[in-house]
Design a protein around this ligand. Structure first.
Ligand SMILES: NC(=O)c1ccc[n+]([C@@H]2O[C@H](COP(=O)([O-])OP(=O)(O)OC[C@H]3O[C@@H](n4cnc5c(N)ncnc54)[C@H](OP(=O)(O)O)[C@@H]3O)[C@@H](O)[C@H]2O)c1
Length: 312
């Protein structure tokens, strides 16, 4: 079968190619999914370019966000039957014609949720959903959301708004600002430093000076959820600048730590999409032959929300 693999070149547009690979060899608790669509994330771009240390090795097979149809049910009898439409969150290797996915990381899709929309849900949607859960009580609280027009950010903004928070979202892009307002942001600013007032919740994933500026907007008693460093610069933070806002809590957030299974939380996201309460923002849909260009465009902030690649 065919799959997207890393070339070992750290220029993103040349970093991936489609090659022949062996068919998946599923464990007893894994179903094999014929992938019809997958999404790409900034995290994979960082792996490919060495943002986490060194560039990904030639032959590395990314892919954590897939949607398609089960073509082989799990041998242990768990999970969906052959022919079921699903979305899933494998550990990797999902940018391929077929992938083995643990049944606890799969959710069934109803007819009214498209495969393209479903492919955008796993990593970005799980992160957003679990950030809201980690924030605790959000009803009536003021939230500052940086990177709000990213893959995670759009989901986070709409979920927080739906849960009753008052949100000020940050994006440098005017068109994306309009959409963030439609999804429930009370106001949109270009930089955290421009946000007015103080915030009970701060969601930050850019780093550098933006981190310091966002934390500087925290109200006394606030919680800062720190979940990424898209700008690749370590946060700058001065102890004395925090004094006005103390006490506050800064929580490091890994999306993969959860009391709920990935399958359960993807099912929640799917249900919200089906009910019209969550709208995947998919700024790019293209054939999977264009995966390398799509991930380069995500990295360069040229894509609104998620990029989804389709396999016909
Ligand atoms: N902790 C976890 O478990 C977890 C899970 C998923 C993602 N993440 C991290 O969360 C961050 C966001 O992920 P994502 O998939 O939403 O990324 P994304 O789709 O690329 O969105 C990032 C957004 O950040 C904004 N931005 C502002 N300054 C930036 C800069 N200097 N460089 C890059 N972007 C900048 C851009 O918004 P505008 O162009 O609109 O201004 C961009 O749309 C990443 O760092 C990712 O690695 C962490």
């Amino acid at each position: 079968m065919k799959a997207v693999i890393a070339t070992g070149l750290n220029v993103l547009a040349d970093s991936l190619e489609i090659a022949d690979v062996p068919e998946p060899a599923p464990q007893a608790d894994e179903a094999v999914v014929a992938v019809e669509a997958f999404s790409v994330n900034r995290g994979e771009a960082l792996f490919l370019t060495g943002g986490y240390g060194r560039p990904a090795d030639k032959g590395w097979r990314p892919g954590q966000d897939v949607a398609g149809v089960v073509v082989r049910a799990a041998a242990d009898g768990s999970g969906p039957a052959v022919g079921t439409r699903v979305a899933g969150h494998p550990e990797g290797t999902g940018w391929a014609e077929r992938v083995a996915v643990p049944t606890g990381k799969l959710a069934e899709l109803p007819d009214d949720v498209s495969t393209t929309a479903a492919a955008a849900l796993p990593l970005a949607g799980l992160t957003a959903l679990r950030l809201v859960r980690a924030a605790g009580d959000v009803v009536g609280h003021r939230a500052l959301v940086t990177a709000a027009a990213g893959g995670v950010g759009f989901f986070l903004t709409e979920l927080l708004a739906g849960a009753g928070a008052e949100i000020v979202a940050v994006t440098s892009n005017d068109a994306r600002a309009v959409r963030l307002r439609e999804l429930g942001a009370a106001a949109v600013v270009q930089r955290a430093a421009d946000a007015e007032g103080r915030y009970d919740l701060v969601f930050e994933s850019i780093g550098g000076q933006e981190f310091a500026d966002a934390v500087g907007k925290a109200a006394p008693g606030a919680t800062v959820l720190w979940y990424g460093q898209a700008g690749l610069k370590a946060p700058t933070l001065d102890f004395f600048s925090l004094m006005a806002a103390t006490p506050l809590t800064i929580k490091h957030f890994p999306h993969w730590i959860s009391l709920f299974t990935d399958g359960q939380d993807i099912a929640t996201l799917v249900r919200l999409v089906g009910a019209g309460r969550l709208h995947p923002e998919i700024g790019r849909v293209a054939d999977w032959a264009e995966t390398a260009q799509a991930i380069a465009d995500v990295y360069e902030r040229r894509v609104r929300g998620n990029a989804v690649l389709t396999i016909s």
